[in-house]
Write a new protein. Structure first.
Length: 381
């Protein structure tokens, strides 16, 4: 099997491959490539390898846009959550297709992808472009598995590295200021629970009384509340790590008892039954709108002098305080519902690095002092 490249115009190349045939007839594969000669050579090498493996190029002239939409409908929709599908669809329709959709899938070259990333970084953040790269790369991996491509062009592209964003955490004094300012706020119960448990907002808003064990002081995460296209929906936790049991502190357990009593009294005054399926944190029995809670908390934090603190930062505050108080990383990782301890350590590495001095001071307290020799040179004889 042989292949050759012929220039057919400015930045246009034709690939011709002579294929072996059992019936004696001459067979060839033709393909055009736009770009540099190096792009054509790379495509020729790819085709030769594919033919050797028995992988035939797609017979249809499928474009990147068609492939991306097929991937969303055929793979993402059946293997990912609805929120993930919405996020991927937005990236595909608003960014990837306008930039790369018109290119034939088999002619998509790393140079074209790299050029797009460069232009995109001029309009949006590097973190956003990094997300685009992940979505595009996943879709092209699917194309490789389906036999449409012999390699993933994204593997030869240098994606922009997102700049690290330092998370905002509260020190104990700031926690006191926040809770003092929020004591008469409608959302105080969920704020207090977030600080004391490290649970996600969606997990707290989906919490029912049947999930709370006030005897064993534990909370079972079994459903979450998300807002999708303006509608609040209850869903199962996304991963097995998210479906977990969270231990409560005695203070949180005591507060939850008081909160339960107050909620039961409210329901009785309205003549409504209070069952185990009632939401722990609700707006008169109805789900709390996540967007309203986030905006209300931002205003409360600003009023408390804590500019830039988001509701999600309460989760970060819980983790950072646990680390500073000496809790084991694995325990913290399990409480947060992270997939691995390594991920937890990566998220809070800046806190861990700041603990080195304290750890060294503790080590210094238990290690005996060194004894210096009067003639150190004698040690080397």
């Amino acid at each position: 099997m042989r292949g050759r490249i012929r220039n057919t115009g400015r930045n246009c190349w034709q690939i011709t491959i002579d294929l072996a045939s059992d019936d004696g007839h001459r067979r060839r594969h033709f393909e055009k490539v736009h770009g540099l000669k190096a792009d054509a050579q790379n495509r020729l090498n790819e085709l030769l390898i594919n033919f050797e493996k028995g992988i035939k190029p797609s017979t249809g002239r499928i474009t990147v846009a068609e492939h991306l939409r097929n991937w969303l409908d055929g793979y993402v929709k059946t293997n990912c959550s609805v929120r993930t599908l919405d996020a991927y669809t937005s990236i595909v329709e608003q960014h990837l297709i306008p930039a790369l959709g018109q290119i034939q899938l088999k002619q998509l070259q790393p140079a074209a992808i790299q050029k797009y990333y460069g232009h995109a970084c001029e309009k949006v953040s590097r973190r956003s472009v990094h997300h685009y790269h992940r979505v595009l790369s996943q879709s092209l991996k699917y194309a490789v598995r389906q036999g449409y491509l012999g390699r993933n062009p994204c593997e030869m592209v240098d994606a922009p590295s997102p700049k690290g964003k330092t998370m905002r955490t509260l020190i104990p004094a700031e926690v006191e200021v926040l809770l003092e300012s929020a004591k008469d706020n409608y959302y105080y119960p969920v704020i207090y629970a977030a600080l004391n448990s490290g649970m996600r907002q969606a997990e707290l808003l989906g919490l029912r009384w049947r999930d709370v064990d006030l005897t064993m002081l534990s909370i079972s995460v079994s459903q979450v509340l998300y807002k999708r296209r303006g509608v609040c929906e209850f869903k199962e936790p996304k991963t097995s790590h998210s479906r977990r049991r969270v231990a409560m502190t005695p203070k949180l357990g005591l507060y939850m008892r008081e909160h339960l009593k107050a909620q039961q009294d409210l329901f009785n005054s309205m003549g409504r039954p209070h069952t185990e399926d009632v939401l722990v944190f609700s707006a008169d029995g109805k789900p709390i709108d996540p967007t309203v809670l986030s905006h209300s908390f931002t205003r409360l934090a600003r009023k408390s002098g804590l500019e830039g603190v988001r509701f999600h930062d309460l989760r970060h505050t819980f983790a950072s305080l646990m680390l500073l108080l000496g809790a084991k990383p694995k325990v913290i990782s399990e409480a947060l519902g992270h997939a691995s301890v390594a991920f937890t350590m990566d998220c809070y590495s800046h806190i861990i690095s700041g603990m080195q001095e304290e750890a060294m001071a503790l080590l210094d307290g238990v290690m005996p002092a060194g004894i210096a020799s009067k003639n150190p040179a004698l040690k080397w004889r």
